[in-house]
Design a binder for this molecule. Sequence first.
Ligand code: NAD
Length: 370
Amino acid sequence: MSSRRNFIEKVTVSAIGMPLLFNSPNLLAATEASYDGPVLRVAIMGLGSYGSRVAKAMVDCKKAKLVGVISGTPSKIKDWQAKYSIPKKNCYNYDNFDAIKDNDDIDAVYIITPNGLHCDQTIRVAKAGKHVICEKPMAISVAEGQKMVDACKAAKVKLLIGYRMHYEPKTKALIQMRMNGEFGTPKFFQGQSGFVIGDPTQWRLNKELAGGGAMMDIGIYSINGARYILGEDPIWITAQETKTDPVKFKEGVDETIQFQMGFASGAVANCLSSYNIGNLDRFYMSGSDGWLEMKPSTGYGPIKGRTHKGELNQPHVTHQTLQMDGMAELIFNGKQPIVPLDGEEGVKDMKIIEAIFEAAKTGKKVEISI
Ligand code: NAD
C-alpha cells in the first residue's frame, strides 16, 4: 500500500469520525507539512517476520522508502514486488547481491537475517558501497562486530544497528530526564527481558545461526537498556545460568541467565534474560532523587512509562517508522539519535554479552573495559 493510498484511506476515515483523526499519531505525522528533502532508498535483505514488519512500517516514512529486496525465495520477491511496487532491477538473491554496487537507485541495505549471517553480509554490502543498517545483535561475537565496523569504515559507508528503542518517544523522554538530572544520580537498574520460545527447530535455537540463545535475541534489550537508562557502561559482570531443558536449549544456547553489572559511578544492575519465562518486559531504575518504571519496556508498543513525577503520555508511533526516518536523517544530515546506534555501539553490547557468557561459565566476576 502506498503512502498516498494510506493517507487517502485515513482521510476518508476522518470524514466519518473527526475525533479518530486527531487521536491517531500516525495520521498526525502524515498530515504534517509535506517533506521535500532527500529520501533514503532502502533494500531489505531477509524477507522474514521482522523484515515484513519493517517494510510495513516504512510505508509511513517520509524520509526513507523501501525500493529493493534481497531474498533466496523467488515467491516472496514476487509478493513484495506487488505489495510495494518494487521494480525487477532492484531485486537480488544471496548469490548475486554484490551487483547492487552498480545500482544507483539503492542507498542502503537493511540486513534482517539470522544473526550468524550479519557479518559476511555486512562486509559484502559495504564493499558494494552501500550504507548498512543491520539488525541486533549486530553479530555473534566481538571479533565479527569489529570486522563489520572496520569494513564499513574502509568503504566509507555508515553502519547502523537496528536499536529501534533509541527513537521511541517514551524511552527518549526518560533518557532526557536522566540527562537533565531529574532522577539525581542513577543508582540501580533492573531489566527483565524474556518470552517463552516455541518451535525447537527454528534458527534462534541453532548456535551457529543465532550465536547463543535468549541473551543474543532478547537479553540484549536489558543490556542496551541498562546503558541508555543509566548513561554509563559497565566495568564488571557476574552471571548465573539456569537450564531446565537441555534438549531444546543445546550446548551454547542459553535458556535463562541472570546477570549483574557494576558501573564506575557505583551504580549496579540486576537483569534477567530468558527464552523460558514469559511476560518479562520491564525496566526499573532508582536514582538518588527519583525513579522510573517502563512496562512494557521494549516490545513493539505502546510502551508504558511512569516516574516519581507521574505517567508518561507521549503518543505511540510505530517504532520502525520513527527509526527509519531517523536513520535517514542521520545518514543525510549527521543528525544523531539521543543515544548512538552505530557499529561501535553494537560492538559494546557484543563485549558485554561475551563477558556474561564467560562469567556464567566460570562463575567468576569478569572485569571489562568497553
Ligand atoms: P525470521 O526467521 O522471521 O526471518 C529471517 C529471514 O532470513 C527469513 O526470510 C529467511 O528466509 C532468511 N534467511 C536467509 N538465510 C537464512 C538461513 N541460512 N537460515 C534461516 N533463514 C535465512 O527471523 P526474524 O524474526 O525476522 O529475525 C531476523 C533478524 O532480525 C534477527 O537478527 C533478529 O534478532 C532481528 N529482529 C529484530 C527485532 C527488533 O525488534 N529489532 C525483532 C525481531 C527480529
